[in-house]
Design a protein around this ligand. Structure first.
Ligand code: HPA
Length: 235
């Protein structure tokens, strides 16, 4: 059985195995293999796929192809509440899918049977525990239970949208959690999702939107990757 990580473009520079293009029944995926690990580049090589154009179904299908049994997905997000401050790392425990025009299910009665898969237990408790353990071992604080709202992008949100999302219970906002995690869960693969905040969402910072970039961003993403690898090795 293999373990997998689905991550943003930053891993293209960190993983020292070559990324290759794999074909699935749902389309192409760029991934690197390293022993029992599969690293999937969510936005493809060179960051060519915008969040609403990512082939989430192909990425999930590649996990099935390689018989992956545990996967961690990582996501840069904007902070809506103080439960996750910029530069900090957290675990997603629930989501609000607020996207459109993205293929979002394997079980629509076309290629596979029609099924209504429950989404109340998407994030695996044991894997989440392993992520917390790996963070604590590195003396890193990790926010254990965040609600993530996925917007369609690629534009950022308006201030009124962020006020509305906050009133719905969202702690963080990003563009890639859904339908990625629903599709993986539909396939019965154990997963959890780590997010790291790179900005205050719209209207929450007097200076406007300012992203953590450069070296600090690189450090943050490689820290998240180390935690994910460590957690998967123990699961
Ligand atoms: N909004 C949406 N997606 C994001 C943000 C944001 O503020 N920051 C990082 N990804």
């Amino acid at each position: 059985m293999k373990k997998a990580i689905i991550a943003g473009t930053s891993i293209e520079q960190i993983i020292d195995k070559p990324f290759k293009t794999y074909r699935t029944d749902y389309g192409e995926v760029d991934a690197a293999l390293d022993g029992s690990f599969v690293f999937i580049l969510r936005h493809r090589i060179g960051h060519t796929a915008a969040p609403h154009l990512i082939n989430y179904m192909a990425n999930a299908a590649l996990l099935e192809h390689f018989e992956v049994d545990h996967v961690i997905t990582t996501h840069a997000v904007g902070s809506i509440t103080e439960r996750l401050l910029p530069t900090n790392i957290g675990l997603v425990s629930d989501f609000i899918e607020f996207t459109f025009s993205r293929p979002f299910t394997f079980f629509d009665g076309v290629k596979r049977p029609l099924r209504h898969v429950p989404m109340n237990d998407v994030f695996d408790d044991e894997l989440r525990f392993q992520v917390i353990r790996a963070s604590v071992e590195r003396n890193l604080r990790i926010s254990p239970a965040l609600t993530y709202i996925t917007t369609n992008g690629p534009r950022l949100e308006s201030k009124a949208e962020i006020r509305a999302y906050r009133s719905w219970g969202a702690d963080v906002v990003g563009m890639t959690l859904n339908p990625e995690v629903n599709l993986i869960h539909e396939l019965g693969i154990k997963l959890c999702s780590i997010c790291f905040s790179i900005n205050w969402a719209a209207g929450l910072d007097e200076e406007g939107i300012s992203f953590i970039e450069g070296e600090s961003r690189k450090k943050l993403t490689s820290r998240v990757l180390d935690i994910a690898i460590d957690a998967l090795k123990n699961s």
